[in-house]
Design a protein around this ligand. Structure first.
Ligand code: NCD
Length: 304
């Protein structure tokens, strides 16, 4: 039985197979309508979500399966004091696969050790978000045709943004990726990522504070919101929240074939005027998120 807790849980070959399956689903969706007939997915979301939860649920429904779950812990027995382990054991005796989002870093990994069915980490605190990473990688494949030889700018809240942490980890395995880390001083990438990934693997990276100083050399620009819910202090959030606003003017400096990604939700970091630019990929990225989750569910259930 396999779980997906960390982006490194799949080998490069397994990832390649997953992307190929997702691309097959995109092309021939009708062929997969009954792939998960009579299977049940449970979405256990202890933290709010729109895209991640709905895309898991839509993915399962489009495969012919069924879905049960909760979208806030307050509507479950957690309120009575039930531990996550007992919840997982219980739900795992009803369903075939679980997607779990938790505010505690490491929560899904811990839960997976007791889960009787495959468990997917749908985001754990400020730590990892592997299915968003699969979405991001599939989007990059679609936009660029390959996941190599790219200069990737990551902009915004690099300290608390789990999607950024997961994406760096996953991309560090591909050839010739250069990272440009664009953030205010206070929201720089955590030191452990520099030590364990960039330094250990000798991956080139630069840190800059101004988007204007980096945008012209980028092939991919990955924008993120400032993660309000992880701040201890409201004043700091208010001071930092509008650090970056990507607009048409700033895009004039960018390459013609830049691809702009964003895991969403967007707050103010991309102006609406950018949405019509052919370089904006974030709404296509949303759709790929559902297709890659269809592929993932099939792989983990062993129906493919
Ligand atoms: C991200 C998340 O939950 O970490 N959203 C998502 O999964 N699409 C990004 C965010 O909340 O900023």
């Amino acid at each position: 039985m396999k779980h997906l807790i960390d982006p490194m849980d799949f080998s490069l070959k397994e990832l390649e197979d997953l992307f190929e399956l997702a691309e097959d689903i995109i092309e021939n969706e009708d062929d997969f309508r009954h792939a998960c007939d009579h299977k049940i997915l449970s979405t256990l979301f202890y933290e709010p979500s729109t895209r991640t939860r709905f895309s898991f649920e839509a993915a399962m429904l489009r495969l012919g399966g069924q879905v049960i779950g909760f979208s806030e812990a307050s509507s479950s027995s957690v309120m009575k004091g039930e531990s996550i382990l007992d919840t997982i054991r219980t739900v795992g005796s009803y369903v075939d696969i679980i997607a779990l989002r938790h505010s505690k870093e490491g929560g899904p990994k811990f839960a997976s050790q007791y889960s009787p069915v495959p468990l997917i980490n749908a985001g754990d605190g400020g730590h990892q978000h592997p299915t968003q990473t699969l979405t991001d990688l599939l989007t990059i494949r679609q936009a660029k045709g390959q996941i190599s030889d790219l200069t990737v700018g990551l902009c915004g809240d690099l300290k608390f943004g789990r999607t950024v942490h997961s994406l760096i980890k996953a991309m560090s395995r591909y050839e010739n990726i250069n990272f440009v880390l664009i953030s205010p001083q206070e929201l720089q990438i955590p030191e452990y990522i520099k030590m364990e990934i960039f330094n250990k693997k000798s991956i080139p990276f630069a840190e800059v504070e101004r988007l204007e100083d980096a945008v012209e050399r980028l092939d991919i620009l990955y924008m993120t919101r400032v993660q309000k819910e992880r701040f201890f202090n409201e004043e700091d959030y208010i001071r930092l929240k509008d650090s970056y606003i990507l607009n048409k003017d700033k895009l004039k400096l960018a390459k013609k074939d830049l691809s702009i990604l964003h895991p969403l939700p967007r707050v103010s970091e991309i102006s609406y005027e950018v949405d019509d630019d052919s370089r904006a990929w974030y709404f296509r990225q949303v759709k790929y998120g559902m297709y890659i989750r269809m592929a993932l569910i099939m792989k983990l259930l062993g129906v493919m």
